[in-house]
Design a protein around this ligand. Structure first.
Ligand code: NAD
Length: 525
């Protein structure tokens, strides 16, 4: 294992400029490469062993629902035995992995980042097929995964060093060291199938824990491809175990298992709360209180003040609301506009939305494509209907077409009343609720009147108003005069308040502490 590496200062991975012919060509080649690999069968991986099961489930292309992306052995079909085996294996691997020096653990992440960088377009192409990311969205996802590896690797070097302490008045030598927790369940969502899955898994790994990765049934192929990278870099067997399941059983059993020490979850509020509750129960043989890192949904708002630059606001709104079909936890789903600029702003927002190119994500020009699955499609249409029933007026979109893929039109509904269903419930689709307010006081009150608190943005040229938002707009990631999506690792540590989760701040300087425990050691001299 090579450990003598020069560690440069962390820098975010640049996004690919697809206006350059050579980059476009490379991406098209990667898309064709992935197309030729579609529909393969994949096993589970426990302790490096490939486990094939009779029962399978399919991951399909949301933009072309008859196209099978991957066929997976369904761990739910023998969940109890497989969870037991995986926990056993990870427990065994923990004995040695926890003693591996931090520099060596970090080195695995740096090598994984190198490989991902070399196969950037290949990974992006898998996301284009498996979850319906456009080129730019997929490229950003891959870049973020590389960032997480580079950032957490460096962070571990920092936490692995002697920690500063106040000198003792007694004749003794004092130390504070950070040690890992044990075996963790990693339960990521489908919507950032590489970045979030990789960040959640490798933050736990670099801190010396061993893991069982249960990918989302909507995005198992991207996770499996990442497992192949981990094998290629020679990560010891059993440090990351891969249990894909078609439903929720494997996840539930992992959460309940007495030897699971922590659960790192990102997903919906409903599932997050269930996990939080289940993890709080002490089972026979359990020696600890489980730690839960739960990052959940949002009902994110952009406020546009009467003194805002409306061109910039409209651009930021359309990107935040309809980028990746509104399927980001940070997506703008509520637009709160001062009545004095309401008509002028809405005109621009509608115009920009109408210009979005909707189509197949393999095409370089596509800006919007299908939502993830039939359930998401149905929910979006039901919510649009509900919004209209509750007094909303459809300004744009509103229809869906699932004949080829799960396409939902970018939808804008105005006249939405604060407190109404589509103003409160996370829809996770390209549906924007517009609320007209009389002034900034009302705008802030409406923005905060939700159980969530993930992202938010204010467009205003008044520093006074922005300063007030700093104090009063209660969200984990607050942006001014820019979109409310697109957090960068290290630059915008990410995580929300209230029902948006435990505010773990992924990509921030405290994140790794969630997977560590401090041990204070005093020796008399
Ligand atoms: P989800 O809650 O349906 O599923 C998330 C994961 O939990 C999946 O792997 C799923 O298989 C698993 N799961 C489902 N039921 C389970 C159970 N009972 N026990 C254990 N595991 C279970 O969410 P999703 O549809 O995959 O993702 C979308 C959600 O994720 C949205 O609500 C979005 O806002 C949220 N999200 C939040 C963040 C954040 O950082 N706050 C980031 C991305 C996505």
């Amino acid at each position: 294992m090579q450990t003598k590496r020069i560690i440069n200062e962390f820098r975010n991975e640049p996004f690919t400029d697809f206006s350059k012919a050579e980059n476009r060509k490379a991406m098209l080649e990667a898309i064709e490469q992935v197309r030729s690999e579609l529909g393969k069968e994949y096993p589970l991986i426990i302790g490096g062993e490939r486990i094939w099961l009779e029962k399978k489930f399919q991951s399909i292309n949301p933009a072309n629902k008859l196209q099978v992306v991957g066929v997976f052995c369904d761990a739910d079909s023998d969940a109890e035995n497989l969870v037991e085996k995986a926990v056993e294996t990870a427990t065994e691997a923990f004995k040695t992995w926890q003693c591996t020096p931090p520099e060596e653990r970090a080195e695995y992440l740096f090598r994984a980042a190198e490989l991902l960088r070399h196969r950037k377009h290949y990974f992006s192409a898998w996301m284009i097929f498996e979850v319906g990311k456009t080129w730019a969205e997929a490229d950003a996802d891959t870049a973020e995964a590389i960032d997480f590896l580079e950032f957490y690797g460096r962070e571990m070097l920092r936490w692995g060093k002697p920690q500063p302490l106040i000198p003792s008045p007694l004749p003794e030598k004092n130390e504070l060291i950070y040690i890992p927790l044990g075996v963790g369940a990693i339960i990521p969502p489908w919507n950032f199938p590489l970045a979030i899955m990789c960040g959640m898994t490798m933050s736990a790994v670099v801190t010396g824990n061993t893991t069982i990765l249960k990918p989302s049934p909507d995005a198992p192929t991207v996770a499996y491809k990442f497992m192949e990278i981990l094998e290629e870099i020679g990560l010891p067997k059993g440090v990351v175990n891969f249990l894909a399941g078609s439903g929720t059983l494997v996840g539930e059993l992992l959460v309940a298992h007495p030897r699971i020490r922590f659960i790192s979850f990102t997903g919906s509020k409903a599932v997050g709360l269930k996990i939080y509750e289940e993890a709080a129960k002490t089972r026979p043989g359990q020696k600890w209180m489980k730690r839960v890192i739960a990052e959940m949904g949002g009902k994110d708002a952009i406020i546009v003040c009467d003194d805002a630059n409306l061109e910039e606001a409209a651009t930021g709104i359309v990107q935040s609301a309809f980028g990746f079909q509104g399927q980001k936890c940070s997506a703008c789903s509520r637009l709160i506009v001062d009545e004095k600029v309401y008509d002028a702003l809405l005109e621009k927002v509608i115009e920009l939305t109408q210009s979005l190119k909707i189509g197949d994500p393999t095409s370089p020009d596509t800006q919007m494509t299908a939502v993830i699955n039939q359930k998401a499609f149905d929910k979006a249409l039901t919510m649009i209907q509900k919004g209209i029933e509750e007094g909303g007026k459809l300004l744009l979109g509103g229809k869906g077409d699932n004949s080829v893929g799960f396409y939902v039109e970018p939808t804008i509904i105005e006249n939405v009343k604060p407190g109404s269903t589509i103003e409160q419930v996370e829809i996770f689709a390209p549906v924007l609720a517009v609320i007209k307010v009389k002034d900034y006081d009302e705008a802030l009150a409406v923005a905060n009147d939700t159980e969530y608190g993930l992202t938010g943005s204010v467009y205003s040229t008044s520093q006074e108003k922005l300063d007030r938002a700093k104090r009063e707009f209660h969200v984990g990631n607050l942006y001014f005069n820019r979109k409310c999506t697109g957090a960068l690792v290290g630059v915008h540590p990410f995580g929300g308040f209230n029902m948006s989760g435990t505010d773990s701040k992924a990509g921030g300087s405290e994140y790794l502490l969630h997977f560590l425990q401090g041990k204070s050691i005093a020796q008399k001299i």
